[in-house]
Design a protein around this ligand. Structure first.
Ligand SMILES: C[S@@+](CC[C@H](N)C(=O)[O-])C[C@H]1O[C@@H](n2cnc3c(N)ncnc32)[C@H](O)[C@@H]1O
Length: 228
């Protein structure tokens, strides 16, 4: 790949500037999303939602596969939910925390989506997912963003709940590998298990992000397509 060496500083030094440049250049003002962030902050929710650029990525990916139905595992204040709903999909969210569910529903309603467009199921994902499967529910796109300890179990259910050629996006896989001590290839992890899973084809996309007050950090998501 050609490289332009106009700056002697490594790319990582520019992470915050590049993210800021991309946000200002590529994203349009969005009152509903801004309101969801402000309201979540006002209610004391931790700011662990996807970044604005990632929200746009999720919306683009959903639109690329023509997703009409999205299953979201881990809703928080409904920020990513609103991105999917604005992309034209019906969203089914699963959220374990009643306060998060209530804030999310208020934010989602304020964004103009009623329960015909978005449903939030209160409960532990590993209890709700088998029920959705038993009901014969099928989704075009599954977004996994809840407990890092249960990423593989969510993924396994997600495959059963996704239509052929549908997509599954697992957030924070890189940080979860580090957190779980499973970077070492000899240990089983979501990456090694997905790699052996003949139901899907998958890749890992490393990402850089910058949090206010934090050093440059890396993360990455796993993206899979269900074979069909
Ligand atoms: C990172 S936040 C989700 C952020 C959201 N997807 C967004 O980008 O706007 C994770 C959420 O998952 C929820 N959660 C954690 N464990 C869960 C579980 N076992 N079942 C369902 N939700 C869970 C947490 O309460 C929290 O609201």
């Amino acid at each position: 790949m050609a490289q332009n060496t106009s700056s002697s500083r490594p790319a990582a030094d520019h992470t915050a500037s590049i993210i800021s440049l991309a946000q200002r250049s590529l994203l349009t003002p969005n009152d509903a999303l801004q309101n969801a962030l402000a309201s979540s902050n006002k209610h004391g929710l931790r700011p662990v939602q996807v970044t604005p650029l990632q929200g746009q990525l999720l919306a683009i990916q959903a639109q690329l596969i023509g997703a009409k139905s999205v299953l979201e595992i881990g809703v928080l204040g409904g920020y990513s939910t609103i991105w999917f709903a604005q992309a034209g999909a019906h969203v089914t969210g699963i959220e374990i925390d009643p306060k998060h569910r209530d804030v999310a529903l208020a934010n989602i309603n304020a964004a103009g989506f009623d329960d015909s467009k978005v449903e939030i199921i209160l409960g532990a994902a590993l209890e709700v997912l088998p029920k959705l499967a038993a009901e014969g529910r099928v989704f075009d796109f599954v977004f996994i963003d809840a407990s890092w300890d249960e990423q593989w179990e969510y993924f396994d259910w997600a495959v059963k709940l996704t239509r052929p050629k549908g997509a599954i996006y697992v957030d924070n896989v890189v940080r979860a590998l580090v957190y779980n001590g499973t970077v070492d290839e000899t240990k089983e992890s979501i990456v090694t298990k997905v790699g052996k899973d003949e139901r899907v084809r998958a890749t890992l996309v490393p990402t850089a992000f910058k949090q206010q007050g934090a050093e440059d950090e890396v993360d990455g998501y796993l993206l899979a397509i269900v074979k069909g």
